[in-house]
Design a protein around this ligand. Structure first.
Ligand code: PHE
Length: 336
């Protein structure tokens, strides 16, 4: 009898490991635990066991029933929650997953670098609204009423008078109207132009503007400041040249070029085979602009400059399509 009990226990213990569904579990219960099941029928045989052996056999039978009930309960709990099964598929020997570290956007990096160079020279930082009016964006900056830059072609007009600023120069007006000279600030920000988007031009991009007004500011100070900047930003050994240009709000005006650092001046695709790259526009603040903000042009002089940050970043990092800066493509951004 004890032998039969042990055999049934072994059988029940191995059978439970094959149970993976609630249907199989129910079959298991019917086989072992119901009133007409295998264990109950052993209990029935207890009657024919010799009286001397009854206590020992009875005890073994009770233990069998308790044990099988435990196996059943444990399996039922396991099937109810997938937890333990899922845990068994967790491979603790797998190498860990590396977290992703973000990086600063190349435009942000370029802007921060330019800002820190000018801050190191004593410039403060100012900003103004992207939604501007005709007065700040054009009129106060000495754009004659019929200037082509006012044409609907270039400017996004929001209403008859409200527009998206086409450059950061209106911030010059706001700063000078707020502060008496001396004024020495840089003004980074987003600007908008109604242009077809291409590899070389965008309809929204960033500029950084510089303005220094004081008694006796000269063009050679402008040159000195910009050359010092370019050497820090583009490298010690660049060559540069200033070419006469025109802006309504500066007189005289110039554009600054540096030797192409890709081909070192020999001529390549980046510099359109000229050996030179245009990096910024600049000039001495026009007396009319001073009059518009209430400064006396006989008392103060000043210089201003402006550069496109997207273009600067493209030159700096050798990026040949400005649109890449705005596509949020991780494969591109990961390289910075
Ligand atoms: N605002 C000019 C532009 O957008 C750049 C500039 C700024 C030129 C300041 C001269 C002085 O092209």
């Amino acid at each position: 009898m004890l032998e039969q009990i042990n055999r049934l226990l072994a059988q029940a213990e191995s059978a439970i490991t094959a149970v993976t569904t609630t249907e199989a579990l129910e079959a298991y219960r019917v086989e072992y635990l119901v009133r007409k099941g295998a264990i109950a029928s052993l209990f029935d045989q207890l009657r024919s066991v010799p009286p001397a052996e009854k206590p020992g056999v009875g005890k073994a039978l009770n233990e069998l029933r308790t044990r099988v009930q435990q196996l059943y309960d444990a399996k039922a709990a396991e099937l109810r929650s997938p937890g333990p099964a899922a845990e068994r598929t967790l491979d603790l020997t797998l190498p860990g997953r590396r977290g992703f570290t973000g990086t600063r956007h190349p435009l942000t990096r370029t802007m921060d670098e330019i800002i820190s160079i000018f801050v190191g020279m004593g410039f403060g930082i100012a900003d103004g609204p992207e939604l501007e009016d005709d007065y700040h964006n054009f009129e106060a900056l000495n754009f004659p009423p019929d200037h082509p830059a006012r044409d609907m072609q270039d400017t996004f007009f929001v209403s008859k008078t409200a527009l998206l600023r086409t450059h950061t120069s209106p911030v010059q007006i706001r700063v000078m109207k707020e502060h008496r000279p001396p004024v020495r600030v840089i003004m980074p920000g987003r600007v908008y132009r109604n242009e077809a988007v291409s590899a070389r031009s965008l309809s929204a991009f960033y500029q950084i503007e510089g303005l220094y007004v004081d008694k006796g500011v000269t063009f050679s100070e402008l040159k000195g400041t910009l050359v010092a900047f370019a050497r820090q930003f583009y490298g010690r050994d660049i060559k540069f040249r200033f070419v006469p240009s025109f802006f309504p709000f500066t007189e005289p005006s110039a554009e600054m070029y540096i030797t192409c650092f890709l081909c070192k001046g020999k001529g390549c695709r980046m510099c359109k085979h000229t050996g030179w790259l245009e990096v910024l526009g600049c000039g001495m603040v026009d007396p009319n602009v001073f009059r518009n903000v209430g400064y006396d042009p006989d008392e103060v002089t000043g210089y201003a400059f402006g550069m496109g940050i997207d273009r600067t970043a493209a030159l700096r990092y050798g990026v040949d399509d400005l649109r890449l800066f705005y596509e949020s493509d991780i494969r591109f951004l990961n390289q910075f």
